[in-house]
Design a protein. Structure first.
Length: 197
């Protein structure tokens, strides 16, 4: 068996147990035992860490995200691009949607924070989030053995018309933006299947 960890610093895993082939031993002329090894290119690893995003859903109708700004980020202004040359910066967004008497109401709050406001390890298994106002407190993300995740702490946000809203608990994920998009697409497809059987 040959096993390789690909991308996301081990988050995605591929096992290869065999391969189609012909008669003969194509490895007979190789010295030593053949090895199967994959090393993620440094540029790709750097790009993935530059596009790290946390997404949390503490309860139905509430969403929270923390996204690292990166060169090429959609809508990135020239001013923000200059900030990135000095140090990493993050966008924090909380939103709450509801429907009252047939009218959809969306409330949101956002902030831009510097390097001290969002820290995570390279394996994307833990993170600490302490965004600036209108947010207060700290949230701690942890990926547990077996793959489950937790998001705990005192993190709240001041929402127009609602006051202080807690942002920890519920579902949470820390991954590259590319992986977050894949996860969201999978969730939406599951929802569509449930609703349209």
């Amino acid at each position: 068996m040959c096993s390789s960890d690909l991308g996301e610093r081990g988050y995605t895993k591929v096992d290869a147990r065999g391969a189609a082939g012909g008669v003969g031993d194509p490895l007979a002329n190789l010295p030593g035992k053949p090895r199967c090894e994959y090393r993620e290119p440094k540029a790709r690893a750097k790009r993935e860490l530059e596009s790290t995003q946390f997404v949390g859903v503490p309860q139905e109708g509430i969403g929270f995200s923390a996204t690292r700004l990166f060169p090429g980020f959609p809508g990135l202004s020239a001013k923000h691009a200059q900030l990135l040359r000095k140090a990493p910066h993050f966008v924090f967004l909380a939103s709450i949607g509801e429907k009252v008497d047939g009218v959809a109401i969306l409330r949101s709050a956002s902030a831009l924070g510097g390097p001290q406001t969002f820290s995570f390890d390279e394996s994307l298994s833990s993170a600490t989030i302490t965004p600036p106002a209108p947010f207060t407190g700290t949230g701690t993300f942890q990926r547990n053995t077996g793959g489950s995740t937790t998001f705990t702490g005192s993190l709240t946000v001041q929402m127009p018309g609602l006051g202080s809203v807690p942002l920890t608990g519920g579902e949470a994920e820390l991954a590259s933006v590319e992986t977050q998009v894949k996860l969201l697409t999978e969730r939406l497809e599951e929802e569509l299947k449930r609703h349209h059987g």
